[in-house]
Design a protein around this ligand. Structure first.
Ligand SMILES: Cc1cc2nc3c(=O)[nH]c(=O)nc-3n(C[C@H](O)[C@H](O)[C@H](O)COP(=O)(O)OP(=O)(O)OC[C@H]3O[C@@H](n4cnc5c(N)ncnc54)[C@H](O)[C@@H]3O)c2cc1C
Length: 391
């Protein structure tokens, strides 16, 4: 188990981490293979996480949440990722990207209406920003439009590669309400997937993170009550930017969990696989790969939790720019590179067996690449860090 307390967190956090780690090892790990084979999302098992008190972990207790902070959420993502990366990714999309942003920016009406459902597992959330023509340039190229019509907004457009999209009950959607105003003309909406005009065009077939459903969403004259506007009209970029730094910090914790599991599996394999009359782990070239896996994992974990500590207590106007924006991007830049090197070495140690789809290291390997693409690609992370350094 990871010693979280070494990063200066209270016992309460270590106990939380240990509880989720144990639960995930005993109950969720065994689901991973079927989720991968059948691209099956176990919605009931996801909902059962509410019994651990980890759904809505950052939400206030009067709405059913645990009233903890994003550090606690990072630890849950870390522990879940170690045993079931797909469930961890879906957890982050719902509990962080959707619920956390709604809590920070939504009206009392929206918070009271929807957030209890996140906490008891009856609501699964998603976040819809990316579009077919708007990836890295998500804001500038955004084509989804929302126009006011009496007591409603009417949304038209498409959102692509949306985690949880095909199974979600609500989606936090960004759309242009004033297309001439650039970044100052974007608004955020909480869209129920039952609203007229909302549809899932297709569930997408992925190489990794199977079992965490990803979809293309379509809005065709989708009728969204005006009260489902999140934050102020034309102020969606504030909602987005304040959440993005935390998203990156938490995704780094998710990477750490997968790295730890890959290292465990590879040590075990190296000790037990024999060639030339001895365990391959006795070969110094194999030890070198393990040493690099360990070093990448430890450095990603250390930097990740250092940054998560730095995020503690930040208000919305302190994030999305400046040093914390740079450092959260650096944290996921490091973690995304680390996980790809760790899984490359882990596969190499497993030899031909690693190439078999049913082997756990193979499943983890197929997850690694997207961690240098989602939440801002490696290059976008580099641009943020490099740009800030020369500012
Ligand atoms: C499994 C999965 C889950 C996802 N989940 C979500 C989700 O829940 N919600 C959501 O909104 N989105 C989600 N995404 C979308 C994800 O955030 C985007 O894929 C990502 O932002 C990159 O956009 P893109 O794929 O269009 O790449 P592009 O922007 O087309 O980039 C392609 C390449 O060009 C490079 N590039 C682009 N611009 C520059 C530049 N200025 N300088 C240097 N290089 C550049 C990129 O770094 C990359 O290497 C998900 C994607 C996947 C695959």
């Amino acid at each position: 188990m990871s010693d979280i307390s070494r990063y200066g967190f209270d016992d309460e956090y270590q106990q939380l981490f240990d509880m989720v780690d144990r639960y995930a090892r005993e109950n969720l790990h065994e689901l991973s293979a079927k989720m991968d084979d059948d691209d099956w999302f176990p919605k009931d098992e996801y909902a059962k996480l509410s019994q651990l008190g980890v759904l809505g972990i950052t939400l206030p207790s009067e709405l059913g949440g645990a009233g903890m902070d994003e550090a606690a959420q990072a630890m849950v993502a870390h522990a879940l990722a170690k045993w079931n990366p797909s469930l961890s990714l879906s957890y982050l999309a719902s509990d962080n990207l959707c619920a956390n942003n709604l809590n920070r920016h939504g009206s009392d009406f929206l918070r009271e209406k929807y957030l209890p459902g996140f906490c008891d597992g009856t609501i699964l959330g998603a976040l819809g920003m990316t579009e077919p023509g708007a990836g890295s340039d998500a804001l500038g190229s955004m084509a989804t439009r929302a126009r006011r019509d009496g007591d409603n907004y009417i949304l038209n457009g498409r959102k692509l590669w949306i985690t949880n999209g095909p199974e979600a009950d609500v989606v936090l959607v960004y759309a242009k309400t004033d297309p001439e105003a650039g970044n100052r003309g974007i608004s955020a909406f909480l869209v129920e997937t039952g609203f007229p005009g909302f549809g899932v065009d297709k569930k997408l077939d992925k190489m990794g993170y199977r079992g965490s459903p990803t979809g293309e969403l379509v809005f065709e004259d989708c009728v969204v009550p005006a009260e489902n506007l999140v934050g102020e009209e034309n102020n969606g970029v504030r909602v987005m930017m304040s959440g993005l730094d935390l998203e990156r910090a938490l995704l780094a914790a998710h990477c750490v969990g997968i790295c730890e599991r890959a290292l465990e599996l590879s040590i075990d394999w190296a000790k037990n696989r024999e060639q030339f009359g001895t365990a391959i782990g006795n070969q110094q070239l194999v030890q070198r790969m393990l040493a690099h896996m360990y070093t990448d994992t430890a450095s990603a974990r250390n930097f990740c939790y250092q940054i998560i500590r730095e995020c503690e207590g930040l208000t919305d106007d302190q994030v999305g720019r400046g040093e914390i924006h740079m450092r959260t991007a650096a944290s996921v830049l490091l973690a995304g590179g680390a996980i790809n090197r760790v899984l490359d070495n882990g596969m190499q140690i497993h030899g031909g067996m690693g190439f078999m789809r049913e082997i756990e290291i193979n499943r983890l390997y197929r997850c690694a690449k997207i961690l240098e693409i989602g939440a801002g690609t490696r290059e976008i992370r580099e641009l943020i860090v490099g740009g800030e350094l020369v500012r």
